[in-house]
Ligand binder design. Sequence first.
Ligand code: PMP
Ligand code: GLN
Length: 384
Amino acid sequence: MRTIEAQRLSGIPESIFTTISQLAFQHNAVNLGQGFPDFDGPEWLMQAAYSAMKAGKNQYAPSSGIFSLRKEICENQNKYYGLQWDNEKNVTITSGATEAIYTTITALVDEGDEVIMFEPFYDSYQAVVKLAGGVEKYVTLKKPDFHFDFDELEALINKRTKIIIINTPHNPSGKIFNNEELQFIAKLAVKNDLIVVSDEVYEFLTYDGIEHRSIAEFPEMMERTVIISSTGKTFSMTGWKIGWAIASEIITGAIRKVHQWTTFASNTPAQQAMAFALTQLDSYIPEFRKMYLQKRDLIYSKLLETRFTPYKPYGSYFILADMPEDTKTKGIEFAKELIVNSGVATIPVSIFYKKSDEGDTMIRLCFAKSNDTIYKGIDLLRNV
Ligand code: PMP
Ligand code: GLN
């Protein structure tokens, strides 16, 4: 029989989130694995989607997204980051940040182009770069504070380098790239004519008074940055899959070419509801942050009572923890055993590393969960 699968799919594994969620389901485990809230977003947001459906907003949206949502995104970019974008020229609504990442990389990466990313990385970057025929290059974020070596990054740049992908606030470490780091990356990008793809899906999930900054704010960076974000995290509606890519007119043109043949357009009533939701950020965000700060502090302090060693996150809704030193297994084996033997699902961080083995002994826990679930999950870890 002829080969079924396209060759470019070799080396594309099943997503760890699918693997772990399925195993967690089979064993009825407490799920601190895949990153999604185990509670709904606000009732008024559901009402807004329902009203949109009742008002007949049920057919295809324009491919680039509905006007009101693009407009609100631009207003918020200006309000929070001082960035002035044009909603017609610069914003494309996608089916989640996942599609924005896919369309951006597909639109920009040619066979053999090099793409630099930081490990631990969000796994879709690696997969889509491979699918596009690009070559991945890695810079390691080093424990305990997940800093990176500036020289290590600079040394990777050559004539084939086209893109640096950053993610701040960072999944899975909760690191927030500081000013000096962003500035260094921005200067490298300008000097070497690179594009920075900046995944900012946790832009409103920052703690301890740290504010999110976009690399697009640095001199000459608007023209060479693709900002990717999503309403899934901000409004606790990950299943609605409304995200976006913001970029210069020329980059947006390329992104839209791919987007039109990927999904053409994203869910219309959800876009309508999110356009309204984005007008509510000023009143909504403080409570939202307060809730997550309490959960961050709860899971961090509870983990300290176990034999796991947590790394305090400053953003996102994930926390990394070192396994006890005497565990017999590591990596994915350890995470599977944790589900089967202890009844708690976590993500093995080894999957997010390519170069360093620092991830072999770490797990990622998601605290976008009810306090009850957090208590239950951590209690089960006490026996490890
Ligand atoms: N980027 C990062 C860093 C993420 O953590 C996630 C999902 N948790 C995504 C992108 C995908 O976002 P979406 O669900 O909007 O597709
Ligand atoms: N981003 C989520 C996480 O990190 C998972 C999203 C997905 O399953 N694709 O857990």
